[in-house]
Design a protein around this ligand. Sequence first.
Ligand SMILES: [Zn+2]
Length: 306
Amino acid sequence: MPFYLKIPGLDIEKIPQGIRTFVFHKFFRAGMAKRGSPEPHRSSGILRLQRWIQSVSNNRPRDQAFLIFTIDVDTSYTFRRHGEPIRRMLEERGCRAAWYFLTGKYPVESSFLDSLQRSGHEIGWHGHKHDHRLGFLARAERRAQLEQARAFFERYDVAGMRAPHFLWTRALHEDVSPLLAYDTSFHDAYPFSEEGIGCATSLPFRMPCGLWQIPITITSDHFFPPSSSISERLNWMRAQLDAQIDLGGVVHLVLHPEPSITLKPRNLELLRLFLNYVDERRGELMHCLPRELVEHSRRAEQRETC
Ligand SMILES: [Zn+2]
């Protein structure tokens, strides 16, 4: 559990995003952003492990890598904008995303969610509140939150989730597994880490509790050092996309439709440039929704065990 969750009465959401980002980069990322490596997007050890896992796995697209987008709706801001401009940028290119909503923080505006579904997007769960505690609650309390979310799951045919702030626990996965099909809280390699933190595969895999995991493989905008230029960030992301195509893996980008994150002008520009690059390599990528990727993986697993 992160240390700040042990501070009595601290509500992490009440600390402005700008201050949280500053503290994160100043104190937690200081030793992690090692520049100048020939593979700056990955530690070489975890990349080697990833190559090996994907070479022996049957659960992979043989000819094409996959492309998915997932979006965390942390505040009600996006309802006022109806998902613009991220939604427009994706739809203009014929792309769809899974949008993960909170069920205990803001009123979920059904007209917006209905319109997303009509446009072919997927609706998913981002937890109840966004206090980072979901994975660490007592079982009874978490199950009560899941019970409150049940109507949302049924109404929008929810199959997947991401834990707030990627703070998953085994207990969370066990509690969620009877209700949902997949989670997206893992990274294949934690951004910028030379220590090789991550699950070391970009392929979806089934966890012991039965829930599928779809790892994140492209560095999210909010993880980049504030001092990095747009071209540095773009080069980083392009290298990650190229690696997934080489591996026959999954290009998985996470977005946050918040003014302090992806809607910052320079992050929108980065997204536009990255999507242009996606277009260039689109013929080598099979675009789908995360729930469709899980279905593909399930079928691959069944073929393997037949
Ligand atoms: Zn979030």
